[in-house]
Write a protein that binds this ligand. Structure first.
Ligand code: PLP
Length: 768
């Protein structure tokens, strides 16, 4: 009988989660939780009831409203409880637009513009468009441009304000923290009759809005951005400003917002407002500023090349938004998360690609900066120890990246060797390195990677034997020359090189025990070349460029293509590499990593036909041209390098919950568990430990996966291999790749370490 201690607890360092995403939402303050519990357990009455229980609830809601008036400086006007800022924004926009419609219907000429700041939260422009269309107003909805500092263009606004019916400008931006110049905006609106909506969400508790003094007509707030629960908010409406209820019904909130009140939320918000009033709970502005400066200094120490995306002097003292050249926001989020630090990507990440942040784009930041932004935000209930721990973990992130040579660093004594893959929008670049001889070859360099590769190689003390292309590209010039120029001291003197970078004097490139040879495979281009990698055990892999990609053959309709040679090249490739050798492509649009001719024959009927001898050169070229007619762009909006006939399907099928993993372990004690996070994440902790020797555990980063594939493919058919990572995305890619190559028992731990609960696997599993 054998037993396994299953993945156990997380290390000490992760006991305290450092939550630096307060602009997204905050935890609920202890006194707010208590107030909410009391409202549910004791004062649970309906404030509309006239009995004593109801009267107590009424008294509570009245007290909280009075407190909110004091805190917001809104002694007059309406102040209603809402479900949050989105509802407050709807109500304000509906109110303003109904008033405009009524004026129009009464025969008055109404202003034609609805203006909103270009960096507003989506809720504002979306509700402007929604109600403008629904009410049949047909007004022009326009974004007020912002400058590089994120502030509104006041001259632009002043010019259009007289023609505007509603102007919406947030008090402080959620992504950058940039604080709007509300007095400047008020001046720009002097000659305008426009109603003014100020989204106060990010300002609450951090900035005084002086609602009574300013001509602000509407100001929505949200509880969950300041330690109250989600689902409670406030809307201020200036006395005399138009108002239309969004919800009609039982007449609650003086018929301004029907629906039984969220009393737990109201009570919790009341506790937060009390904390704001009594001054003991939240740090003052000077303290917040000092904390932010400490965090900023730690970031600069960790990532010396970092750029702040908004001028700190113009920002909330609780928000930092930055980008690091060469490091995408995905990489940084993975890194921070591994250190137990929760931050947010400043941009919306679609499945394929980090879309640049609309806010940073509107500010005119360069694409790289807008696409790789990271936001770090804290709340005024933080304390000194929290900030100190946050700074320490940020520094640890920097150290981990330096250890991995991902930021410029002292040369490392022991460079890891092997084969690393880099992917940019589906295009693949490979670094083949031999640790013993400290020599390397770069295959298919990409311009986006020049700086990163140069830093990496310098840090790892490799010399570069060659920078090779597998073909001359149809859509761009190779960046090989750029990379060579960036590394003059590391380039070996190999005499003259050909157009693809191969040293003319050399028949075979030797890196320690690794050998690289060429095979001409004209087709995709006339000069297409495969590089064959051999070691002492024989042929290990072939870098095949775009000749054969997972699910596609390289297109051959470029001016430099040789379509009539393509079929023969495929037969030659098959003769030299056989059906099982790993093929490493120039493009991998579906995260399949590698392929083999056996796999591609199954997936691509045209390839099967030509390899089966069923097509001559002309027949193959014609059938292929048919496939390539009207090729669209890829999901990365780049030129497609081939017609994909086998596109990646549903990943959910290979996901395992923790409970399923437990079951699988019971049935298969020989299961192999593989951590595919990068070394810079693994180094920061939070690795589930497998104490029992019989549960095999490997750490193979996704970027280093390729040469490990054959080992997993050679496992006995029933042996499961379970990949895990931070969130389950990368492990799903690995599992799918291994399955496609033929090992059916490849799985991904659903939700990764983010959803990992040691309890789900707790205890010893008997494998008798
Ligand atoms: N406005 C700003 C500036 C925000 O940051 C948010 C929340 O992300 C909202 C509005 C929407 O708030 P709620 O989640 O309460 O609907």
């Amino acid at each position: 009988m054998g037993t396994h201690a299953l993945p156990a607890t997380t290390p000490e360092s992760d006991a305290m989660e450092i939550y630096l995403d307060a602009n997204a939402t905050t935890p609920v303050l202890a006194q707010a939780r208590e107030a909410a519990l009391a409202a549910m357990a004791d004062d649970y009455g309906n404030p509309s009831s006239v009995h004593s229980t109801g009267l107590r609830a009424r008294s509570l809601i009245d007290d909280v409203r009075a407190r909110a008036r004091r805190v917001l400086g809104a002694s007059t006007g309406r102040l209603l409880f809402t479900s949050g800022a989105t509802e407050g924004i709807q109500t304000a926009v509906l109110s303003a637009l109904v008033a405009l419609r009524d004026r129009r219907d009464a025969g008055e000429a109404i202003p034609g513009l609805l203006l909103y700041g270009a960096t507003e939260h989506k809720a504002v422009p979306e509700s402007l468009r929604h109600w403008n269309a629904l009410l049949g107003l047909g007004l022009q909805v326009q974004a007020i441009p912002v400058g590089r500092d994120g502030r509104h263009d006041l001259a632009w606004l002043r010019e259009r304000a007289p023609r505007a019916g509603l102007v919406c400008t947030m008090a402080a931006n959620n992504e950058t923290g940039v604080v709007s110049d509300l007095d400047g905006i008020a001046q720009a609106l002097e000659d305008s009759g426009a109603l003014w909506l100020v989204d106060g969400v990010q300002a609450l508790g951090k900035l005084a809005l002086r609602l009574a003094e300013r001509r602000i007509a509407y100001a929505p707030f949200s509880g969950h951005k300041l330690y109250a629960p989600k689902g409670i908010g406030l809307l201020y409406v200036r006395e005399g400003a138009p108002f239309t209820p969004l919800m009609a019904g039982g007449g609650q909130e003086s018929a301004q917002r029907s629906g039984t009140e969220n009393m737990a939320g109201v009570a919790a918000l009341g506790a937060v407002l009390a904390a704001l009033e009594d001054g003991g709970t939240f740090a003052d502005a000077a303290t917040l500023q000092a904390w932010r400066d400490r965090l900023a200094a730690a970031l600069v120490e960790a990532f010396p090349a970092l750029e702040f995306n908004a001028p700190p002097a113009l920002c909330l003292p609780t928000t930092l938004n930055f980008s690091v050249p060469g490091l995408g926001s995905k990489l940084l989020l993975d890194l921070f998360d591994a250190a137990g630090v929760r931050v947010s990507g400043g941009s919306a990440c679609s499945a394929a690609k980090a879309r640049p942040s609309d806010v940073l784009e509107a500010m005119g930041l360069p694409d790289w900066q807008a696409a790789s932004a990271v936001r770090l935000s804290f709340g005024p209930a933080a304390d000194d120890a929290f900030i100190a721990e946050a700074c320490e973990r940020i520094r640890a992130c920097g150290r981990s990246l330096r250890e991995s040579c991902l930021v410029p660093s002292e040369p490392k004594a022991l460079p890891p060797g092997g084969l690393t893959r880099f992917v940019v929008d589906g295009a693949c670049c490979y670094l083949l390195a031999d640790a013993a001889s400290r020599r390397c070859v770069v295959i298919d360099p990409l311009p986006e990677l020049t700086t990163r590769l140069a830093d990496l190689l310098r840090c790892q003390r490799y010399t570069v034997a060659a920078v090779l292309d597998t073909h001359s590209h149809g859509d761009h010039a190779s960046s090989a020359g750029e990379l060579r120029a960036a590394l003059p001291e590391l380039m070996e003197d190999v005499g003259t090189i050909d157009a693809l970078g191969w040293p003319r004097e050399v028949h075979q490139l030797t890196l320690g025990t690794l050998l690289l040879a060429r095979l001409a495979v004209p087709g995709h281009t006339l000069d297409s070349t495969a590089y064959l990698l051999r070691d002492a055990q024989g042929l290990r892999a072939a870098f095949v460029g775009d000749t054969v990609m997972p699910g596609a053959l390289g297109r051959s309709d470029f001016a430099q293509s040789a379509p009539l040679s393509f079929g023969t090249s495929l037969l030659e490739l098959a003769r030299v590499v056989g059906s099982g050798t790993l093929l490493l492509p120039g493009h991998d649009y579906d995260d399949r990593f590698a392929s083999t001719l056996a796999t591609e024959r199954r997936a691509q009927p045209l390839l099967a036909r030509v390899l089966g001898g069923g097509l001559d050169a002309a027949g193959f070229a014609a059938a292929k041209a048919e496939l390539e007619r009207d090729l669209g762009l890829t999901r990365y909006q780049t030129l497609a390098c081939g017609a994909r006939v086998d596109i990646r399907g549903d990943q959910a099928t290979q996901e395992l919950t923790a409970a399923q993993l437990r079951q699988l372990l019971l049935a298969h004690p020989d299961l192999l568990l593989v951590d595919v996070r990068e070394p810079y994440e693994q180094r920061l902790g939070q690795t589930p430990e497998l104490a029992a020797p019989r549960v095999r555990h490997q750490a193979i980063a996704l970027s280093q996966l390729l040469l490990a594939l054959p080992e997993w493919l050679a496992l006995p058919a029933p042996t499961p291999v379970v990949f895990f990572c931070r969130s389950g995305n990368r492990s799903a890619q690995a599992a799918e790749a291994v399955r496609r190559l033929g090992h059916d028992q490849a799985w991904s731990l659903a939700g990764g370490l983010a959803l990992w609960r040691p309890e789900a696997m707790a205890g010893e599993v008997s494998t008798a």
